[in-house]
Design a protein around this ligand. Structure first.
Ligand code: ZN
Length: 283
């Protein structure tokens, strides 16, 4: 079955991961901007990062026949540096006309601080001014419910925000309802230990249905599994769900949401593969 991984940090992964994902049916990924594991020192560090996300990474993905899309922002973990965050937000429009850029993300909260809220609102302001989709990161563990509530309240206080153009990520059993009640899209992250496992994600689908919901691996530089979406597919098959229902969650839904961006030009996978570039030696 073809699938799309709508949230995976491929710059942290090796080319062999693209190859493995492609062999399991991955035809597309979307990669939100995130924290590098250290705070970047200047706006130029972000400019180079955005070039990597929008120039080289789509090429590298293409070697395996995978179509690559990106989201841009400064991560909530770096929002305490308000001055740098504002410089980055002012620089993002340089990249908003690049092919494959889907919008602003992953923005959100980490420790639910006032500075994080300020920078979150300024990202939303940019997205509204430029008519971009938004991808939201919700906090981990204890802060998740409170942070998700705060994020949704900040979004709803701005009447320009259309919940149908916002994806709230890393939802779990206690936050999926919050997102869905207000009409947002949501996604479950399949992590080996924290966040959702494939079986918990399958339980959530059985409780909440398959509308406006998707799953991702969020594969990154930490312990994570970029082939977690196929594990979820197998879990739903084991439970006897139809192929069309599974395909809706792992393929149709991401494509429907991303189609809200005019730069989402998705080529039919077989056509894309026939024309995909071949790899080069890295050195
Ligand atoms: Zn992420």
């Amino acid at each position: 079955m073809y699938f799309f991984d709508p949230h995976v940090h491929m710059i942290s992964r090796v080319t062999d991961d693209y190859e493995r994902m492609a062999r399991m049916g991955c035809v597309g990924v979307s990669e939100p901007a995130f924290w590098a594991g250290f705070d970047r020192g200047s706006v130029d560090g972000f400019r180079d990062y955005f070039r990597q996300l929008t120039e080289f990474e789509p090429t590298r993905a293409g070697w395996s026949g995978v179509q690559h899309y990106a989201w841009l922002c400064i991560n909530a973990k770096e929002a305490e540096n308000v001055e740098l965050s504002r410089e980055v937000i002012a620089m993002i429009p340089e990249f908003l006309d690049k092919p494959g850029v889907l919008g602003i993300g992953e923005i959100g909260l980490n420790k639910n601080t006032p500075n994080e809220c300020t920078i979150f609102r300024e990202h939303v302001e940019l997205a509204m001014r430029t008519n971009e989709l938004i991808l939201i990161h919700t906090p981990h563990l204890d802060d998740k419910y409170k942070g998700t509530r705060m994020i949704i309240d900040m979004l709803l206080e701005d009447d320009r925000v259309d919940p149908g153009r916002v994806l709230i990520d890393h939802v779990e059993e206690h936050t999926v309802g919050l997102a869905r009640e207000e009409g947002f899209w949501c996604a479950m992250t399949l992590y080996p230990v924290t966040k959702c496992t494939p079986s918990r994600a399958a339980d959530i689908i059985e409780m909440y249905g398959d509308e406006r919901i998707m799953v991702n691996s969020a594969g990154d530089w930490g312990p994570s599994n970029p082939t977690a979406v196929p594990d979820f597919i197998m879990e739903l098959r084991r439970r006897g769900h139809s192929e069309s229902k599974i395909k809706k969650i792992v393929y149709d839904n991401p494509i429907e949401f991303f189609s809200g961006s005019e730069r989402f030009e998705f080529t039919p996978p077989d056509v894309f593969r026939e024309n995909a570039p071949t790899g080069v030696d890295a050195g």
